[in-house]
Ligand binder design. Structure first.
Ligand SMILES: Cc1cc2nc3c(=O)[nH]c(=O)nc-3n(C[C@H](O)[C@H](O)[C@H](O)COP(=O)(O)O)c2cc1C
Length: 181
């Protein structure tokens, strides 16, 4: 069985990002995938301290929930980054976990995540797709450095707090999840 982990970056478990993520999770499960969702907002993840002591062994000196996040990422074939756009970037909850991903690099900056795939799901209020572009650029460069393949993205504009996600983006999320092998 293939496994996926969702790095869920929204503080709202019934919000727009959750709606989009639910679609992807449901489709993957129908295909027989095991999917674990990590609600980053509920986890204790301290900011990276920039000490680089993690590089040789991949073990961060901070003892917090990032240990579980790293474990589940290592065990997964697919990593799903799901986040609302906050000020043109990912949420702080997700950014903290991304910063701490330095522990996936070794002293030669080779990646311990090599060979895995990632997809990204974003929701945002603006009708203009430009709003998510800085986050997408960041994901793309991050995945290049982590040596994981960027298997696709769904970006849902026009998402107001109580408005929900447009049906065309739900459809895109189904198609994306269906395309993952
Ligand atoms: C702190 C904050 C910053 C936001 N920044 C942006 C932004 O830069 N661009 C945008 O289009 N929407 C922005 N939004 C709107 C959210 O991205 C949007 O409503 C999103 O769908 C919320 O996701 P959720 O329902 O999972 O909480 C922001 C919302 C908050 C609370």
């Amino acid at each position: 069985m293939k496994n996926a982990v969702v790095l869920f970056g929204s503080p709202r478990k019934r919000g727009n990002t959750a709606e989009l993520a639910r679609t992807v999770i449901g489709t993957l499960k129908e295909k027989g995938w095991g999917v674990r969702t990590l609600y980053l907002n509920d986890m204790h993840i301290r900011p990276c301290q920039g000490c680089y002591t993690c590089l040789p062994e991949g073990v961060c000196k901070i003892e917090d929930d990032m240990r579980d996040v790293r474990k589940y990422m290592m065990e997964s074939d697919l990593i799903i980054y799901a986040t609302p756009i906050y000020w043109f970037g990912p949420s702080g909850q997700l950014k903290l976990a991304m910063d701490r991903s330095i522990a996936f690099m070794d002293e030669n900056f080779a990646s311990r995540l090599k060979g895995k795939s990632a997809i990204t799901l974003t929701t945002f209020g603006d009708e203009n797709m430009d709003s998510c572009q800085p986050a997408i650029d960041m994901f793309k460069k991050t995945f290049e450095l982590l040596n994981i393949s960027y298997a696709g993205q769904v970006n849902a504009p026009g998402c107001q707090p109580e408005g929900g996600v447009g049906h065309q983006y739900i459809e895109k999320a189904k198609v994306l999840a269906d395309s993952i092998v």
